[in-house]
Ligand binder design. Structure first.
Ligand code: BES
Ligand code: ZN
Length: 628
């Protein structure tokens, strides 16, 4: 099967709907006269590539992972297609040293353009129209921001170093010369050499066992954008959960991970029941060391996950549902540029909640929705003061780091936008619509305008776009007044108990709290008043052991009222947590709480110790936050 990208620019809705173009049978490298005149690929402000002139189709990657020098030595052999008038092919590179370039077997001229701090440089290679293969021999630089090289002391086993990558949004170019925009898809094969005793894994068909040689082969047969390129190497072992799902982790972490994810197969089945067959064959998860800067990353076939979701009671597995959901929203139907990021994340949060509802019931998923709404209202409020334009669903990230778009807007405003539509048209219709959407646009990109057109043509009836305030949601700042109500009886009970405690000092009855899950506790902690007596914090701590909690979400939530009210018994835990956990979602609010409550020096002194443990993307954010 051959996959084809979406036409650009705007084409009529009917064409959009039915030009399910992923089976064009010709495989000529030259395009027709007519196509030649209409650029197929959008201009991506975060990539130097010019895919309308020459585009990659398949990668054969050979690499040696050198832990001693903390670099990757690689050869990227790209099969390409060119337009009739092509004279060059442009790749994105960031800090790569390019040793030599061949085009169809002959040495070719190349230039590396000016370096930009966010974007890196264009690598421009001279070609002739009709050129078939470009081979780039290179090594990574010191500033390879996607890569985190961990010393043995930063791993669970403490004996063998570890490497993982994080390519999204625009960091794939720091370890592979590539056309690094979400609109360019390609298949890949790889042969990766790692030190003996290590297992290497990619976003591909993966080995399940170490071998003697340290050389591993990979194949990704479905076309993916470069931000889904991923590699991990270390003392990693595997255990199956079902025929097609399983878990990778360091040996001492594996059993806990297998227990935590025992519902994995059920999740995949629930997801398939909602929106169609899983397209990527296997679904595995690797649990990484705690410095992984995100909760999870939807690398195809192999989700990368933080160990901070191993709570021991399955309570944080919605993150797995989220990354799994990306196998449809994001990995199949991909945001056209990072300005349309909400199409990846908003759909994924919606889908995540639906998976959780299918498995654990509506009262469970309504707790998730309520937490999401609280977080959204809180963040939107502050963003409206500082970065009001970033509260629109459709972003404008030109000239900025796409990381700036990583707020609860694309996630939770995106979620509530979709939920609003679901509630208006009814779930049955909405589900049919979404299933067709994924099927019609699989292996293609989507942008906001085309999605809205598709929505209006295929789901909404006259007047509904207006009554739903579609354009207000997408193109205006803030949170529209018609945001759906979330009805959580379980949280209503928590509210009653919290009120009782704050008014009378009486703790809720044990029979009540015995039934509470992590989510109820999060709601309880998040709703403590901003200023609260130390005696009340101490009373809660004595009763529920929040400071000593092993649940990362509860810890991070508890740090807020305690730090802000200078509850000293929590300080040692805060320090320990910040040094050991590199998940940015926890770091940012915790350091902010320290700074905003007059403890910047304490924050800086902790950061000095913690910084070496953080991945570059977390470091960049914290450097900014903590600068003097
Ligand atoms: N794809 C994102 C992570 C990401 C986004 C990394 C943009 C870099 C740039 C991933 O699916 C995600 O959303 N992770 C969340 C988890 C989630 C349950 C909301 C996270 O890491 O917290
Ligand atoms: Zn996501």
């Amino acid at each position: 099967m051959k996959y084809k990208s979406i036409l650009f620019p705007a084409i009529t809705a009917s064409l959009l709907l039915f030009s399910c173009n992923n089976d064009s049978s010709t495989s000529t490298t030259e395009t027709t006269e007519k196509e030649e005149m209409t650029p197929k690929y959008v201009n991506d402000p975060h990539s130097y590539a010019e895919p309308n002139e020459a585009i990659v189709k398949h990668l054969n990657w050979t690499a040696m992972v050198d832990f001693e020098n903390k670099q990757i030595l690689g050869t990227a052999n790209w099969d390409i297609e060119t337009s009739k008038k092509a004279t060059k092919i442009v790749f994105d590179v960031y800090g790569l040293t390019v040793n030599s370039v061949n085009v169809d077997g002959k040495e070719a001229a190349f230039t590396i353009g000016e370096f930009d701090e966010e974007l890196g440089s264009p690598l421009s290679i001279t070609i002739e129209a009709g050129a078939k293969m470009v081979s780039i021999d290179y090594k990574t630089g010191d500033q390879a921001k996607a890569l985190q090289w961990l010393d043995p002391s930063q791993t669970a086993g403490k004996e063998i170093p570890f490497l993982f990558t994080q390519s999204q949004a625009i960091l794939a170019r720091t370890w592979i010369p590539c056309q690094d925009g979400p609109g360019v898809r390609y298949t890949y094969n790889a042969e990766v050499t790692v030190p003996k005793g290590m297992l290497a894994l990619m976003s591909a068909d993966n080995p399940q066992k170490k071998n003697e040689t340290g050389v591993y082969s990979f194949k990704m047969e479905q076309p993916i954008p470069s931000y889904l390129m991923a590699l991990s190497a270390g003392d990693i072992i595997f255990k199956a959960i079902s025929e097609r799902t399983g878990v990778y982790a360091e040996p001492s972490v594996l059993a806990k991970a297998v227990y935590e994810f025992e519902d994995l197969e059920n999740m995949v089945q629930a997801a398939e029941g909602l929106y169609g067959k899983y397209a990527w064959d296997r679904y595995d998860i690797i649990v990484l060391p705690p410095s992984f800067p995100f909760g999870g990353m939807e690398n195809p076939r192999l989700t990368f996950a933080t160990p901070t979701i191993l709570a021991g009671d399955h309570s944080l597995v919605s993150l797995v549902a989220h990354e799994l959901a990306h196998s449809w929203s994001g990995n199949l139907v991909t945001n056209s540029t990072w300005d349309d990021f909400w199409l990846n994340e908003g759909f994924t949060v919606y889908f995540e909640h639906r998976i959780m509802e299918a498995l654990y019931g509506r009262d469970y998923s309504e707790m998730l929705a309520s937490l999401s709404k609280d977080g959204l209202m809180h963040e939107a409020h502050s963003m409206l003061q500082h970065v009001p334009n970033d509260t629109k669903l459709k972003l404008d990230l030109t000239g900025r780091n796409p990381d700036d778009g990583l707020t609860s807007i694309p996630y939770d405003k995106g979620y509530f936008f979709l939920r609003n539509i679901e509630e208006e048209v009814g779930r049955e219709k909405f589900d049919v619509f979404l299933k067709n959407y994924f099927e019609n646009f699989k292996f293609q990109v989507m942008d906001t305008e085309r999605f809205l057109e598709y929505l209006k043509t295929n789901l909404l009836v006259d007047g509904q776009a207006d009554s739903l305030k579609i354009d207000t949601w997408v193109y205006e700042k803030g949170i529209p007044a018609n945001i759906p109500e979330v009805k959580s009886d379980r949280f209503a009970l928590v509210d009653t108990e919290l009120e009782g405690f704050l008014n009378s000092g009486d703790l809720p009855a044990t029979e009540t709290t015995d039934k509470w899950t992590t989510h109820e506790w999060l709601h309880f902690i998040n709703h403590l008043p901003e200023a609260i007596d130390l005696s009340k914090l101490a009373q809660l701590d004595a009763a529920y052991g929040f400071t000593a909690s092993g649940n990362s979400e509860i810890s991070a939530a508890w740090f807020q009222p305690t730090i802000r009210n200078s509850y000293e018994p929590v300080y040692a835990k805060v320090e320990d947590f910040l040094i050991n956990v590199g998940r940015r979602k926890f770091l940012t609010p915790t350091y902010k709480a320290l700074i905003e409550s007059g403890k910047k020096e304490m924050a800086q002194s902790i950061y000095e110790k913690a910084r070496p443990n953080y991945h570059a993307v977390a470091r960049d954010t914290m450097d900014e936050l903590l600068k003097s």
